[in-house]
Structure formats: C-alpha cells, structure tokens
Design a protein around this ligand. Structure first.
Ligand code: SF4
Ligand code: SF4
Length: 298
C-alpha cells in the first residue's frame, strides 16, 4: 500500500524568533537534542527497511530541523531509497543548501516558510534561487498578517513563476472579504486556508493511508487527534488502519485538511501533496467567491 507518514520528533528549538510562534528561540538541552537525534535515526532505520509499503514522509518538526545534521542526512538518505516515493520537510530555509546536491531531486522536496523580520528578504530569495539551480522542488509560503503583505507581493513577483507561493491564514484571525481578496490575489488557494474546515463526521484519509508518528513511534491518525492507533516499531498500528471519520469539530491546518476526502486537494496537489506543490498552473485571478467546496465558518 501507499502509506504517508507525518513525523514529528521531540525537537522544539528554532533559530528564529517569530512573534506568532511558541517555539521561537527555544533551546533544546544537549540531552533533548541527543534524544531527538536517536528518535530520528530509529525512525529513519525503520523507513529504510524495504517492506510491503511505498512510503511518503513529511517531517513536521515543532522547531527547525535543517539546522541539525541528522535531519539533513536523513532526508538525503531516504530520498535515495527505491520504496520512498517522497521525502519532504517544513523549514524556514535558514540552512545552507549545498547538502541538497547529494539528494535525489525527484524525491526530496521542501515546504519553505518565509518569516519577514527574521531574515533579510534578499537572503531568503537567494536561497530560493539556489534551490531552483539545484533542481529541488519546493513551495514558499507566508503567514497572512497585514505587515507581511508587501514582502509577500515582492516574493510573488521575484520567485520563478513555477514556484507556488502559499498564504496561511494567521491563527485566530478573521479576514474581511477585502483582506481575503488581497491574499487570494497572491495565492488563489487562500480561500481553503481562510477559515477552519468543518470536519466532524467527514471521511479523512488519516488513520487509513496517512499516519502521524512521534519520537517514541506512537502512531496517531494525525497531529491533532490524540487517540493512539498503536506503535510503529512493534507493528501494532497496522491492524488499526481503516477508513474513519474525523472526530473533531474543525480542521484548521493544511497538513490536516489536505487529507479530507470531501475537499479536492489531492487533485489540486497531485504529486505534491506533502510539499504543498499544486499539480498545474492555478487560475491567475482571484475567484470572486470562495469555492463551493469550502464549508462556511461553523
Ligand atoms: S521559523 Fe517556524 S518554528 Fe521557528 S520561530 Fe518561526 S514559526 Fe516558530
Ligand atoms: S480532518 Fe483534520 S483533524 Fe480530522 S482526522 Fe483529518 S487531519 Fe485529523
């Protein structure tokens, strides 16, 4: 079967200090870093073993992974394995990019977020151009806060046209139609992010073909539903995999609702679901109204 894994180990430190993030400038102790490294290496060892599944893996660390050698090495090594379909990570792109030359660019991809105020604009854009030169697939995004708008517009104008620029609705922020239209001009898919998706009782691929794994190997259906399905390393998760409905009222994060079967996002992002890269060109103009598939705010 095709199995998608969202891996999040104990790492929580980050080299940035974003005002909207609880992990800003957090430091992990030496012991915590060693534990994160050991957990990642255990997971990578499991993923590297050929089995009956074809795996796609997205690393979603709380903090920044690519400043740590063990994440860079794991991404490169997994990208070179035949049974790995895709390996991707969410990153602030503060790391150097040369290590990516050792990866298989057909398999490794990056979900990059630009955080204005944390790094000079030109430095981020230079890194993006380096990724393009290396042939690495990547998306770039920003949090849709008003003071990010001008730099987001600049990025859209200066990134290669084929690079998708996504915009995430800021946590807890309600957008007027005028504000939403401004962000939708930059990201035609912003209407999917604008409001939480009503998900209670709706079929979601998580728990069947998508699982979340933590540093202990505990398997849950997604990062947001705490119920455990078993453990990755003893294989006990396997018998729990089944079609199932979402038990929560809403799903508010792209790495969750992209898997909702009631949304068309597997088609929109076909071949790039994990790294958030659409399959084809998006409509150049903002839609006048939200797509009908986006449920109204509950
Ligand atoms: S880069 Fe990401 S993890 Fe780091 S402080 Fe900013 S939002 Fe948090
Ligand atoms: S809809 Fe979101 S919260 Fe619900 S099960 Fe799917 S990923 Fe988890």
């Amino acid at each position: 079967m095709d199995l998608t894994i969202l891996y999040r180990g104990p790492l929580a430190s980050c080299d940035y200090d974003c005002p909207y993030c609880p992990f800003a400038k957090r430091r992990d102790s030496g012991d915590q870093l060693r534990a994160d490294r050991a957990a990642l290496e255990r997971f990578a060892g499991w993923a590297a073993r050929p089995g009956e599944d074809r795996l796609s893996v997205l690393f979603t660390p709380w903090g920044e992974g690519l400043t740590r050698s063990w994440y860079r090495r794991t991404l490169v090594e997994l990208s070179r394995l035949p049974h790995l379909r895709r390996v991707a990570i969410q990153t602030n792109l503060s790391c150097r990019t040369g290590w990516l030359a050792d990866a298989d660019p057909a398999k490794l991809a990056l979900w990059c977020t630009y955080h204005p105020g944390q790094t000079p604009y030109d430095r981020f854009l230079t890194k993006a151009h380096e990724l393009t030169a290396l042939g690495i697939r990547f998306s770039v995004g920003v949090v849709g806060l008003g003071d990010h708008l001008e730099q987001a517009r600049r990025l859209r104008a200066e990134l290669p046209a084929h690079v998708y620029l996504w915009v995430n609705a800021a946590d807890g922020h309600r957008y007027t139609d005028e504000e939403a239209a401004r962000w939708t001009e930059l990201d035609p898919l912003f209407p999917y992010s604008r409001d939480p998706h009503r998900s209670a009782g709706l079929p979601c691929r998580t728990g069947e073909s998508v699982i979340s794994v933590d540093g202990e190997g505990t398997v849950r259906r997604c990062h947001f539903v705490p119920a455990e399905l078993g453990n990755l390393y003893d294989g006990s998760y396997r018998r729990a995999l089944a079609p199932r409905a979402c038990p929560l009222a809403v799903c508010d994060c792209h790495i969750g609702y992209v898997h909702l079967e009631t949304l068309p996002l597997y088609d929109v992002f076909a071949g790039g679901v994990l790294e958030r890269i659409p399959a084809g060109p998006l409509p150049p103009r903002a839609p006048a109204a939200l797509p009908a598939v986006v449920p109204a705010r509950p």
